[in-house]
Design a protein around this ligand. Structure first.
Ligand code: ATP
Length: 138
């Protein structure tokens, strides 16, 4: 069976390394589905989930939350480099809920004080937290 190797790397090391028959991710220009034999490319990723259909269990799908980053597809090797990546089972949901609350408060404060920089940072933090909560629910 045709397959790809999927590796997700963060500053903490290799966080994910499996063989897959299908990978779905969200690039900054939209959703992308990748099957074996896909042409080589490099694409920036959104803060979003990565879906991986593993070769060792066709009925099982892994979901991984990534904090943006870059994906390279090169001869059936998919390498994703991101600030942070967590599999659904590794997500601390109460931490993500707390991060969401803090980000919402910061966003409100930034809007009240017209601080564009603080608002931008708060929106990114909010997106990270919402992504983690979403992935944990799969
Ligand atoms: P927080 O405000 O809760 O620290 P954050 O978005 O600022 O969240 P990051 O800077 O993205 O956190 O990540 C720092 C480290 O903590 C990374 O190794 C990341 O994988 C881990 N991490 C962050 N939030 C969670 C979570 N809810 N569950 C599991 N690991 C997490």
């Amino acid at each position: 069976m045709k397959q790809m190797n999927v590796q997700i790397v963060t500053p903490d090391g290799i966080r994910y390394d499996h063989h897959a028959t299908y990978v779905q991710c969200k690039t900054t220009v939209g959703e992308m589905g990748i099957f074996p034999g896909h042409s080589n490319l490099i694409a920036p990723l959104d803060i979003a989930e990565i879906k991986v259909r593993r070769i060792d269990d066709v009925n099982h799908v892994d979901w991984i939350a990534v904090n943006g980053g870059v994906m390279e597809v090169s001869n059936d090797l998919i390498t994703i480099v991101s600030d942070a990546a967590e599999r659904e089972r590794d997500i601390d949901v109460s931490r993500a809920e707390r991060a969401k609350m803090v980000a919402e408060q910061e966003l409100q404060e930034a809007e009240e004080t017209h601080s564009a920089d603080q608002a931008r940072r708060a929106r990114v933090a909010l997106q990270r937290a919402i992504n983690r909560i979403h992935v944990s629910k799969h």
